[in-house]
Design a protein around this ligand. Structure first.
Ligand SMILES: NC(=O)c1ccc[n+]([C@@H]2O[C@H](COP(=O)([O-])OP(=O)(O)OC[C@H]3O[C@@H](n4cnc5c(N)ncnc54)[C@H](O)[C@@H]3O)[C@@H](O)[C@H]2O)c1
Length: 242
């Protein structure tokens, strides 16, 4: 590890499992202090065994809990340098079988959660004129998928949210990017969504994490306002092209 995130304070949502867990682990190994947020208490608490990771158990759909947690992090750490809005959920249903609570539940995690977390870090990042926001998107943020209307709406929403934020934060030198795995990745979510062919080639979440590290180091004058395919970026970094 290169220590590229030495002295950085990072918050990662959905960090108990999958991509969030892999990114939290690599960020800590790169020297960051990582506040790892998830609603699965026992699994997020296990991360306390890793040096540099401080677990927080909360449900991102709870606006008061999110506000309290971010205020607590800023009080303890003094600032937040990097926010990774990663937590997400998915279901596959035809629209007529999608209940109002299915729809609201998914949008509440995938879109309202990033809104709540970004709103919480915005004043500090703008005041310090520094920071990086990484919003986890998907192929479903740029193209439709069968029986995925709610998930696609949330991920197209993340794209629009992020493009607007990039304009808003640019004068404050804060970068805002979206990222998609860009390659099959082995997580609890993909255990449900991937067919046998994709499972043969999937990568582990930590394999994609260097792309998140790179984005965490960007300010608004660097790689900014982009939809990044994590695996492509990892390959470019390995080949020394960046
Ligand atoms: N796995 C893939 O193939 C894939 C592809 C494209 C995009 N993504 C996106 O990557 C992100 C991570 O996905 P993953 O595959 O690691 O999924 P995962 O299911 O393995 O992990 C998601 C994590 O988010 C947490 N979470 C969900 N709702 C929460 C809530 N309300 N409050 C707090 N935590 C909550 C879960 O507990 C879990 O730990 C998601 O945004 C997903 O949409 C995944």
């Amino acid at each position: 590890m290169s220590g590229r995130l030495q002295n950085k304070i990072a918050v990662i949502t959905g960090a108990a499992r999958g991509i969030g867990r892999g990114v939290a682990t690599v960020f800590a190994a790169e020297g960051a202090t990582v506040y790892a947020i998830d609603r699965i208490a026992d699994e997020v608490q296990q991360l306390a065994e890793i040096s540099g990771i401080r677990p927080i158990c909360l449900d991102l759909t709870d606006a008061d809990a999110v506000a309290d947690a971010f205020a607590g992090i800023e009080a303890e750490a003094g600032r937040i340098d990097v926010l990774v809005n990663n937590a997400g959920v998915i279901f596959f249903k035809p629209i007529e079988e999608t209940s109002v609570s299915d729809w609201d539940g998914l949008l509440s995690v995938n879109l309202r959660g990033p809104f709540l977390c970004t709103r919480a870090v915005a004043p500090g990042m703008k005041q310090r004129r520094a920071g990086a926001i990484i919003n986890v998107s998907s192929n479903a943020g740029v193209q439709g998928g069968n029986n995925e209307s709610a998930y696609c709406a949330s991920k197209f929403g993340i794209e629009g949210f992020s493009r607007a934020l990039a304009i808003e934060f640019a004068p404050y030198n804060v970068s805002v990017n979206t990222i998609t795995p860009g390659h099959p990745v082995h997580t609890a979510m993909s255990e449900v969504t991937y067919d046998a062919e994709k499972r043969k080639i999937w990568k582990e979440p930590a394999d994609l994490a260097p792309a998140f590290v790179h984005l965490a180091c960007q300010d608004a004058s660097g790689l900014n306002d982009q939809y990044v395919r994590a695996w492509d970026l990892v390959v470019q970094l390995r080949e020394g092209k960046l």
